[in-house]
Design a binder for this molecule. Sequence first.
Ligand code: NAI
Length: 384
Amino acid sequence: MRLNWGMIGGGEGSQIGPAHRIAAGMDGLFTFAAGALDADPARGKDFAQRLGVSADRAYGNWQDMLEGERNRPDRIELVTVATPNATHYPIAKAFLQAGFHVLVEKPMTVTVEDAEDLVRTAKAANRICAVNYGYTGYALVRHMKAMVARGDIGKVRLVVAEFAHGHHADAADADNPRVRWRYDPAQAGVSAQFADCGIHALHMASFVIGQEADKLQADFASCLPVRTLEDDAMVNLRFSGGTVGRLWTSSVAIGRQHGLTLQVFGETGGLRWAQEQPNQLHYMPLGKRLQIIERGEGNLSPEADRASRVTVGHAEGMPEAFANIYRDLADTITAQNAGKTPDPAANLFPKAEDGLRSIAAIHAAVTSAAAGGAWTDARPPMFR
Ligand code: NAI
């Protein structure tokens, strides 16, 4: 049975709204039933109706949506929060407390305290609070995780993660309001580029190697001097299983596009995946030739086979990766509604605990950078 789904933020012209709508619609598991899509109530109502939401469920703001949905017999089961960062916490908390499942965009919150509170709130309400590290939905990212877990590259020694683009490199464009807010502490919080992009790379590294960041040291730079917050960061890490981590994130790397890549080096092999060529995974077994694994080849791993949507050789990309997060959520919610144990294969979506770990890492990196790169505990207080 299809689940009713709603969305807050992601209005017309937003960056990430369309990817959510495509992803949620891809498998026929969700009906787009309600929305408060825009900071401007009239624009939000109008856009929601043009997308097929009925007039009485096209809301002007999230508070009206909460009240409108709360007591409906056909109320939404899952709400996606795709608004600017500082609003994630109050919206996610209110919907969790009212018994809705939530998929919140990253960064989950601005402060560690709020992130810990969301973890506790979700647990107390027995609801899912997922976080959209959607790039872990790529079939070959899930395959990397499976290869590492089954020992294909031996014990992991080193992970190198990058998320470096060049879209904020133009000094003449630094005052453009769409760029400037990201570097304004009042609107962005304590970190710009690491919080915006670096945490995707960090979460993916943790996801693939199955280890959490224990401690880190960070060097933050504002390559454009007009910026208060960093536009480039280099972060060294130590993970819970002893793996060494290197992470570079930048918004001034001219010529780089999305720039998300992950390399994992173990005792008996290495792996390399780049989001801009997501259908190929480079696998180098020690002492042998480089192998290029194609998404959609049969019998890669149960995780990759489940996440692969079109046959080998056809391009598959980012909306399909996000759709894998939505399908995991639909399968898990449907099982819970039926009183059944959810399929463990659907349990790969990022959780509130992952969102919390990222926020703790952001604050640790800011602290470290301010202390000249001192090693700093990266674990959230509640997990120490
Ligand atoms: P955007 O500025 O392009 O769009 C934000 C949308 O939210 C606009 O339609 C705006 O009218 C609406 N909005 C703002 N306040 C609202 C409110 N109180 N109630 C309802 N709607 C409201 O922002 P963008 O780039 O789409 O980012 C949104 C969130 O998604 C951010 O937290 C960002 O970090 C995250 N993001 C995640 C990505 C991912 O790969 N997972 C990629 C891009 C953004």
